[in-house]
Design a protein around this ligand. Structure first.
Ligand code: NAD
Length: 516
């Protein structure tokens, strides 16, 4: 064995030992039962809020280093979204955690039925780099509220943000219950070998498959928050000034590195001409002589992504922008025209500040185009025509729909956020995060009441046609009967009457059977 391979092997063993130690500790903490306490969970959630409030400068500085994120974007699209979703959870999670008493059918009138929201156990949250704090810590809040212990693995592509999380989380939260593991693919791979009770992954569809395969080994339930090409349909009924502004803003925030950013535009030739003219004027208004000199425009996260994106510009017809600078990983906001569906830019999620335009002559053509591709994470419609809006919504599939706007659906805590098909499975934010990390445990309690026993005695052998008929009568689901509205006693009396009628019927039938 060479020195290098021995060193690599030693490193591998170290990573393995580290991650299995962390997971062991998190599992032990779960079994200690402390996260079952609602008070404990609330304290942790409030500590998380305190962590954001007391370390804003550190968080903003890490985002500036990792992604050159402008301060306003970092505050409004990351930090404030995190805080508001967390506050929504803090104010409401005690209600969400309450035992549910579901409705019962006549046959169960004497029984007790409950649905408990219980934690899965120890959860793994694997994050990506584009909104590094938001993507790793928003699921963490949901997992804490639901009573789990958690291991968070932030992305190695935003290393400063990952380090800040690794430093702050154990300082503010219970260090036995909540852990941050930093590192790259080897560390994530080792974590995926462990047996978690739930895995929550955000990142590319390709790695999503790896995570899903790993989860399958132990049949672990999984949420996959993935990506894909999110289309925009823009028609001439839209307010084109406002639509162009909102659309371009959605593409320029974080230099287009947003999972729900508009990926490509579907419109007519005439709308394309109007959009291109407005885009040129808007970008001049926003960034002056060029986005490269503006403090309000971010950078591409890594050289790999920079070269991937500039390759998409090769041989392309640039109508707006097109400026690049490898030394600072800058790509200016760029609009491409004369794009064919077979072009490289239409084959993969762009995840950068480039908008290709595909010409469609009608809303029907746009719908066919969208349906010929994988289901997007989100679908944007810019149109004032309600019929057009409804037609697109009803004839396509996507994780979410955003009409006459971009990105903002992510900030509404009551809306579930997630994909469908290749753009993901499962959803979170607000109550949906709590539900995602809770197992619905049903509890059925029967007592030893004699009348109840008499009512259900027909289930015991020896079986007979009479007993079967009676049980069918008892078990039949009756439409429109809302037992919660009917007095318990009325139903009980009906049940007893039915029992006597049923047993009389059973006796008649069995007497007839004896005679024949
Ligand atoms: P990434 O490279 O940061 O990877 C994400 C995580 O997966 C990291 O923690 C990394 O360590 C791990 N990972 C990467 N390769 C791995 C491998 N081979 N084996 C095991 N683990 C591995 O992120 P990315 O994949 O470049 O993320 C960008 C994608 O994420 C885009 O497609 C974007 O649309 C999507 N995204 C989705 C959402 C959402 O909420 N749906 C949010 C943000 C980003």
């Amino acid at each position: 064995m060479t020195a290098k391979t021995r060193q690599q092997e030693d490193q591998g063993e170290e990573i393995m030992a580290d991650s299995s130690q962390v997971v062991k500790m998190a599992k032990k903490a779960f079994l200690s039962g402390k996260t079952r306490s609602i008070k404990f969970r609330e304290k942790q959630l409030r500590q998380l809020l305190k962590m954001y409030e007391e370390n804003e400068d550190q968080i903003l500085s890490a985002l500036a280093t990792d992604l050159c994120k402008p301060r306003q974007e970092a505050i409004t699209t990351e930090l404030e979204v995190l805080k508001n979703d967390l506050l929504h959870i803090i104010y409401n999670f005690k209600d969400w955690a309450k035992t549910e008493k579901p409705s019962k059918s006549a046959v169960n009138i004497l029984d007790e039925v409950r649905i408990l929201r219980v934690p899965y156990g120890t959860v793994l949250v694997v994050g990506t780099w584009n909104y590094p704090f938001l993507i790793s810590l928003q699921p963490l809040a949901g997992a804490i509220a639901a009573g789990n212990t958690v291991v968070v693995k932030p992305s190695e592509l935003a290393p400063d943000s990952a380090e800040v999380m690794a430093k702050l989380v154990p300082k503010y939260l219970d260090p036995t219950c909540y852990h941050v593991v930093t590192g790259g693919v080897p560390e994530t791979t080792e974590l995926l070998r462990e047996r978690f009770d739930y895995i929550f992954y955000t990142g590319s569809t390709e790695v999503g498959r790896i995570v899903h395969r790993a989860a399958n080994q132990h049949l672990v339930p999984t949420t996959l928050e993935l990506g894909g090409k999110s289309p925009v349909f823009l028609d001439s009924t839209a307010d084109l000034d406002v639509a162009a502004r909102r659309l371009l803003w959605g593409k320029c925030v974080n230099a287009g590195q947003t999972c729900v950013a508009p990926d490509y535009l579907l419109c007519s030739k005439q709308v394309q001409a109007e959009f291109v003219a407005r885009a040129k004027a808007l970008l001049r208004d926003w960034y002056g002589k060029g986005a490269i000199g503006s403090p309000d425009y971010g950078r591409v996260v890594s050289d790999k992504h920079y070269w991937r994106l500039t390759k998409l510009l090769e041989n392309a017809s640039v109508a707006v922008g097109g400026e690049t600078d490898a030394s600072v990983r800058f790509i200016g906001p760029t609009v491409l025209v004369n794009v064919k569906p077979s072009d490289p830019v239409m084959q993969e999620e762009i995840f950068g500040p480039i908008i290709p335009i595909i010409i469609v002559d009608s809303v029907f053509e746009a719908i066919d185009f969208i349906n010929s591709r994988e289901h997007p994470l989100t679908l944007h419609i810019f149109s004032k025509d309600r019929t057009v809006q409804e037609m697109i919504v009803s004839k396509t599939r996507s994780g979410s729909v955003c009409i006459n706007e971009t990105l903002l659906q992510m900030c509404v805590s009551s809306l579930p956020f997630g994909g469908v098909g290749y753009s993901g499975m499962g959803a979170y934010h607000g109550r949906h995060s709590f539900e995602t990390f809770s197992h619905k445990r049903s509890v059925f309690v029967k007592n030893y009441n004699r009348i109840g026993e008499k009512l259900s005695a027909s289930r015991y052998p020896p079986y007979s046609e009479g007993k079967t008929s009676f049980l069918k009568f008892l078990l039949k689901h009756r439409r429109g009967v809302n037992l919660s509205c009917i007095s318990y006693f009325v139903v009980f009396a009906l049940g007893v009457a039915a029992a006597f009628a049923g047993s009389a019927l059973a006796q008649v039938i069995s007497a007839n059977e004896d005679e024949t």
